[in-house]
Design a binder for this molecule. Structure first.
Ligand SMILES: *Cc1c(COP(=O)(O)O)cnc(C)c1O
Length: 388
């Protein structure tokens, strides 16, 4: 059976070869440690789980979700309070907030709601691979904007040719950035709003790591920039700050027309989020009394350990201050893939090659800090032994 052409355009998963090798090694009894995937291993806070269990017993919640595709108003109100408290951003729960089944879903439905076939959609290289897939499934034309270390991994908007910008109807951005860990500045966000306004580009600012920042880095929302709501939305998520990746809940906030468009797509696609998960999310927002800080101190400790180990083997760099990833240069004279392969073959430690995120990821690897401390320690010991 032939599948649709739009699926054939989606590039093959770059980890495929590696995954084959990993499975082979595991079946040969090798103790593989994967630092390749960003998915917190510590449990979701108990109060959130309790709220899920309590509300799951109420038959009212077994019906289609309240307010269906929008998410229940009680949740949207709590999201508004969270954005006011954490980011000093004012949002109207009625028309500027939408519940999502995770931020990834939002990326996909944003494209369906905004992009016409053949429109250019800007995204960064390196960048989160799901953006490209969403653009292609929505029949848009992905266009990479390089983000480079010398520009603090922020795109240089002036360098985007104006004929490209004119044909673009949307743009994905993500800071704190996966994979580089870079954070945005207010100066950049102000420029972004002006750029989007000039070319009528809808910004989809994907911000699931807004809470995961280190070394005094401020928490930043795109919606803090004056005029941001005129040109775009911000996606956020419960996955990363509350260790809720498997729960599938997030939100879109900002431009009311885009929110209404995405809502229309969802109304005809998924009918919204299980009520009990929404009640649990309300508990996460209202009951946050230090869980995120605790996680940050755990990630901070792991960051130090990895940085120290890399330093010992001659890789010395100043890491950006966001996300639970470390974007580290490969040793001199080695490509990303050579380094990841050598790490795997000699130490059975798996890291992501920078090139999995785009051609400008060459020369880097991404190390995830979402592994138990003892496993990370073991991985670092093996690396130190192999490379010194
Ligand atoms: C993890 C991640 C997501 C997915 O978040 P969900 O809310 O779990 O769908 C989206 N964007 C980026 C950049 C991510 O790293």
């Amino acid at each position: 059976m032939e599948t649709a052409r739009r699926l054939q355009k989606i590039p093959p998963y770059l980890f495929m070869e590696l995954r084959k090798k990993i499975n082979q090694a595991k079946s040969d009894g090798v103790d593989v440690i994967s630092l390749a995937i960003g998915d917190p291993v510590e449990a979701t806070p108990a109060s959130i789980i309790d709220e899920l269990c309590r509300t799951a017993r109420d038959p009212q919640n077994h019906r289609y979700p309240t307010d269906e595709e929008k998410g229940m108003l009680a949740l949207r109100r709590e999201i508004a309070r969270w954005y006011a408290r954490r980011y000093s951003v004012e949002l109207h729960p009625e028309n500027e907030i939408l519940g999502l089944i995770g931020s990834k879903e939002g990326c996909h439905h944003f494209i369906l709601a905004r992009v016409n076939p053949g429109d250019i959609v800007l995204m960064t290289d390196p960048g989160y691979p799901a953006y490209r897939a969403s653009i292609l499934m929505g029949e848009g034309v992905p266009c990479n904007v390089p983000i480079l270390a010398q520009n603090d991994y922020l795109p240089v908007l002036e360098d985007i040719p104006s004929d490209v910008a004119k044909k673009a109807s949307a743009m994905f951005l993500n800071y704190p950035n996966n994979p580089t860990g870079a954070c945005a500045t207010m100066g950049f966000l102000n420029k972004l709003v002006a750029f989007a306004r000039q070319y009528d580009i809808a910004v989809c600012y994907d911000n699931p790591y807004s809470e995961i920042v280190f070394d005094g880095q401020e928490r930043i929302s795109f919606l803090q920039a004056p005029g941001a709501k005129d040109v775009g939305i911000e996606l956020n998520s419960f996955s990363k700050p509350f260790n809720m990746c498997g729960w599938r809940i997030g939100m879109a906030c900002g431009n009311p027309d885009l929110i209404a468009g995405i809502s229309k797509v969802k109304e005809n696609t998924d009918s919204g989020i299980f009520n009990a998960v929404q009640f649990a999310a309300i508990q996460a927002l209202t009951g946050e009394t230090g869980f995120i800080e605790e996680m940050l101190s755990i990630y901070g400790r792991r960051r130090e350990l990895v940085l120290k180990t890399l330093q010992k083997i001659g890789i010395d760099f100043q890491p950006p201050r966001g996300t639970f990833y470390l974007w580290a240069p490969a040793p001199k004279g080695m490509t990303s893939l050579e380094f990841t392969n050598r790490l795997f073959d000699k130490t059975a430690v798996v890291v992501a090659a920078g090139t999995a995120y785009g051609q400008y990821g060459e020369g880097f690897i991404r190390i995830s800090l979402t592994v138990p401390d003892d496993r990370l320690k073991e991985a670092m010991e093996r690396i130190e032994k192999e490379f010194t």
